[in-house]
Design a protein around this ligand. Structure first.
Ligand code: PRP
Ligand code: URA
Length: 222
């Protein structure tokens, strides 16, 4: 999959790349997610599948530790992740990504952030925070399908920065250019792994073409 992942833009803040997973299977699952006829169950299934591809890419190049093992024939050296990332789903919509991400990295711990966007102002309204106190030595993968204005992600990065995090990756299904620009203002610098950079936002700050409300499409309207 790495061969098909292309840097779509360069973060002017840090020169970290925005990585777009550009693969036929990712395109197919994204099409299912975008299609308004997709029901909630099929939406959750496609989101789980696509999360697997995004996590696979997000871990490309991660540090590994050697592990001595015995095959049925000889003693040899294998490897394991040196520092498994903390997984942080942003509720509600990020919940649909965490099970698959955790299945791929079972040794990871999981923290939780809850944010609901104000429908009038589009500002993030935080309602839950459950994170380890010290993240100074822990890579963090923030899981949220949608990066729209970027307000929710920027708020989450602030919570992580307050706990000393320096290695943060945003794992999103769809990103708007406005959200990417907002991420570029963050400290620590944030890497973005996504399946698509869409055209922009509409008057309600929804991503266009987008896929609608990712929380409602998984769990029903609030
Ligand atoms: C959605 C989405 C992000 C946020 C993105 O959540 O899951 O968290 O909006 O928008 P932003 O980039 O403009 O902040 P929402 O607030 O709809 O809550 P939900 O996940 O509970 O549906
Ligand atoms: N949140 C969503 O769920 N979808 C959007 O397009 C924007 C914010």
């Amino acid at each position: 999959m790495d061969a098909d992942a292309t840097p779509a833009a360069t973060d002017p803040h840090t020169s970290d790349a925005v990585i777009v997973v550009d693969h036929p299977l990712a395109h197919a699952r994204l099409t299912t997610l975008r299609d308004r006829r997709t029901d909630n169950a099929a939406f959750r299934g496609a989101l789980a599948d696509l999360t697997q591809m995004l996590i696979y890419e997000a871990l490309c190049g991660a540090a590994e530790d050697p592990v001595g093992i015995e095959t049925p024939l000889v003693t040899t050296t294998g490897s394991r992740l040196a520092t498994p990332p903390l997984l942080v789903p942003v509720l509600r919509a990020g919940l649909g990504m965490v099970e698959q991400a955790h299945a791929m990295i079972p040794e990871s711990n999981v923290g939780f952030v809850g944010i609901a966007r104000d429908e009038e102002t589009h500002e993030p309204v935080p309602y839950l925070e459950s994170l380890p106190t010290d993240l100074s030595r822990t890579p963090v993968f923030v899981l949220d399908p949608m990066l729209a204005t970027g307000g929710s992600m920027v708020h989450t990065i602030g919570l992580l920065a307050g706990r000393g995090a320096v290695d943060v990756t945003a794992v999103c299904v769809v990103a708007a250019p406005e959200g990417i620009a907002a991420l570029a203002t963050c400290s620590p610098p944030v890497r973005l792994v996504t399946a698509a950079v869409d055209d922009g936002l509409d008057e309600n700050a929804y991503i266009v073409p987008g896929l609608g409300d990712a929380g409602d499409r998984q769990f029903g309207p609030r």
